[in-house]
Design a protein around this ligand. Structure first.
Ligand SMILES: Cc1cc2nc3c(=O)[nH]c(=O)nc-3n(C[C@H](O)[C@H](O)[C@H](O)COP(=O)(O)OP(=O)(O)OC[C@H]3O[C@@H](n4cnc5c(N)ncnc54)[C@H](O)[C@@H]3O)c2cc1C
Length: 538
């Protein structure tokens, strides 16, 4: 028989299969030879106490021949001659997983992606990092695989729809990800591996008869009554299909502007904005694991953290923490500075970075605009209000850095004490940093909450010594972390998932405000693909 068994073992035992078998036998009351094998269903590390424990959930084969984990099977159809097709605008996780779902339904997906394939994109990223030259169509947010490709590839989500999450993780494995993402508590893939997986997905979509076009930036939509008849691209191509999935991500400002211009309803929404913080990874390891336990164990992954507090009615929280990572320039336009983080699969860089952001609501921006006498601060529902605020802060940050994507930066304690940093610590951000008082870059309502938040986090993350905790001048802050989620929501009918005004338009993923992260965007892509099929596909 097969039995699911939970074990809690010290590190040394959890890494040794014989010890695991011994403990399975102990827990079930069987003899060791009766345990024919096992595979892991879940694994998490508990490093809160002096002893590091590993929590395992295993599927054990007792008096039954062992067989390997069964992966989910997918049946993608040949859609070369399919009668139904669906144009997908945007080749990020939402668009790609929508396409894969459509292949299973027998619908031909046609992906239009403004950016380049992963390989060409890598060259564009090198140019941006080393020379400060940005390609507005091919960067950390735009290009094959979307914002997810050159990311940390963390695959956890707050969504609780386990079945759907498993499907997404299995699809990643199907296209080349390591099986450990199926059982790790905090699975991640890494920037070095993601591009290969994304390429394999694209090749498969095309092998099945789907289309994947690069350098196809959608710039216009032709509407007839309540339907899209066709869409146009910057190079004057026209595409038409039965339905249109709009999965352009949170940085496609031209798409938000286009929809607004066409009187297609969009709504301003809150997001979060702040800085990216970077500590030496060793310091974070010491705080989280204690010095001795980390040094004694190769087993422990570079430590991460997840911090959140309420300050003056708004959330202040860590965002997209990257252990052993690199801070990246994630802007999509010249003259704007945006930072984000990524890490390789081994997370073996000497720095730990994370967004440290403050929740920003519409009323905060209205107040800010009024106080700063900004023109066009339309209090009565300007759908681009939050997007324009985000853009303003990014532009200010770019100017403060002095150009070429050099980031304005300050030491952590200096920031809270409003002191200019006379020197800056080493930092992973390749374009470089420029010492700047960040309270002159960020709006005051953000600054004040960040400062208060840092002090609260210091209490949670101390190493026991006053100077070596989280709150330290060894940490550097870079502005601006601003692309945390979309500043716009594109509404959709709750049941049909189509836009309330346009029956064959399906807003999807992070840009439309229905996802935050790779897995949730992928799940939304699948959901919307099914909805578009329900409308047109059968
Ligand atoms: C550096 C970095 C690190 C990240 N790390 C993680 C992480 O570790 N884990 C995680 O879960 N999430 C991470 N994220 C966030 C994650 O990548 C996004 O949440 C996710 O990619 C959103 O998916 P999406 O498909 O909705 O949109 P996107 O990934 O943004 O994809 C949208 C696509 O649409 C294309 N597009 C835009 N406009 C047009 C147009 N007009 N015409 C044609 N195509 C267009 C874009 O080029 C892009 O490829 C990270 C993001 C960045 C930038």
């Amino acid at each position: 028989m097969q039995q699911k068994i939970s074990l809690r073992l010290p590190v040394g035992y959890a890494t040794n299969n014989d010890c695991i078998v011994e403990n399975i036998a102990k827990s079930t009351g069987n003899k060791i030879h009766e345990i024919r094998g096992f595979y892991l269903l879940k694994k998490s590390i508990d490093a809160r106490g002096k002893t590091i424990w590993v929590n395992l959930m295993v599927n054990a084969f007792i008096n039954e021949p062992f067989h390997q984990r069964e992966l989910l099977a997918f049946s993608f159809k040949d859609v070369n001659t399919a009668s139904k097709k669906c144009v997908i605008i945007g080749g990020g996780p939402a668009g790609i997983f929508a396409a894969l779902q459509l292949l299973e339904l027998g619908v031909k997906p046609i992906i239009l992606e403004r950016g380049q394939d992963v390989r060409t994109r890598r060259r564009d990223l090198a140019l941006l990092n080393k020379k400060g030259i940005l390609n507005p169509e091919s960067n950390y947010c735009f290009g094959e695989g979307g914002a997810g490709t050159y990311s940390d590839g963390k695959l956890y989500t707050r969504s609780s729809k386990r079945g759907n999450i498993d499907r997404i993780l299995n699809l990643f494995v199907h296209f080349g990800a390591d099986e450990n993402i199926l059982f790790e508590a905090h699975p991640h893939i890494g920037t070095n591996k993601l591009p290969h997986i994304i390429t394999a997905m694209r090749k498969h979509i095309m092998d099945c008869g789907g289309e994947f076009h690069f350098n196809k930036k959608v710039t216009d939509i032709t509407l007839v009554h309540d339907e899209i008849k066709s869409i146009q691209t910057a190079d004057r191509d026209t595409f038409s299909s039965d339905s249109y999935i709009l999965a352009t991500g949170h940085s496609a400002r031209d798409i938000f502007t286009l929809l607004h211009k066409k009187h297609i309803e969009i709504i301003a929404k809150g997001f979060a904005l702040g800085v990216r913080i970077e500590h030496p990874q060793e310091l974070i390891n010491n705080i989280q694991y204690g010095k001795r336990s980390f040094a004694d164990n190769d087993y422990l992954p570079p430590a991460s953290y997840n911090l959140a507090e309420q300050v003056d009615g708004r959330g202040v929280f860590s965002f997209c923490m990257c252990p052993g990572g690199i801070i990246a320039p994630a802007a999509t336009n010249n003259g704007e500075l945006v930072v984000n983080g990524w890490s390789p699969s081994k997370r073996n860089n000497p720095y730990a970075n994370s967004g440290m952001v403050v929740q920003v609501e519409i009323e905060d921006v209205i107040k800010f605009n009024l106080a700063n006498k900004k023109p066009n601060s339309d209090i009565h529902g300007d759908p681009l209000l939050m997007m324009n605020f985000q853009k303003d802060v990014e532009e200010k940050s770019f100017a403060a850095g002095g150009g070429k994507f050099v980031a304005p930066a300050q030491r952590m304690i200096d920031f809270t004490e409003e002191k200019m940093s006379t020197s800056l610590p080493q930092c992973s951000y390749i374009p470089g940093v420029h010492s700047t008082p960040l309270n002159e870059v960020l709006p005051t309502f953000i600054n004040q909450r960040l400062k208060a938040g840092f002090k609260l986090f210091a209490q949670k993350m101390s190493s026991g010594k006053k100077q070596n905790g989280y709150f330290t001048n060894e940490a550097i802050l870079l502005a601006t972390e601003s692309r945390t989620s979309s500043p716009v929501r594109i509404p959709r009918n709750e049941q049909l998932l189509s836009h309330p005004q346009i029956k064959n338009l399906f807003p999807c993923g992070e840009g439309a405000g229905y996802a935050g992260g790779i897995v949730s965007a992928a799940m939304d892509g699948e959901k919307v693909a099914l909805a578009s099929y329900a409308l047109t596909g059968k």
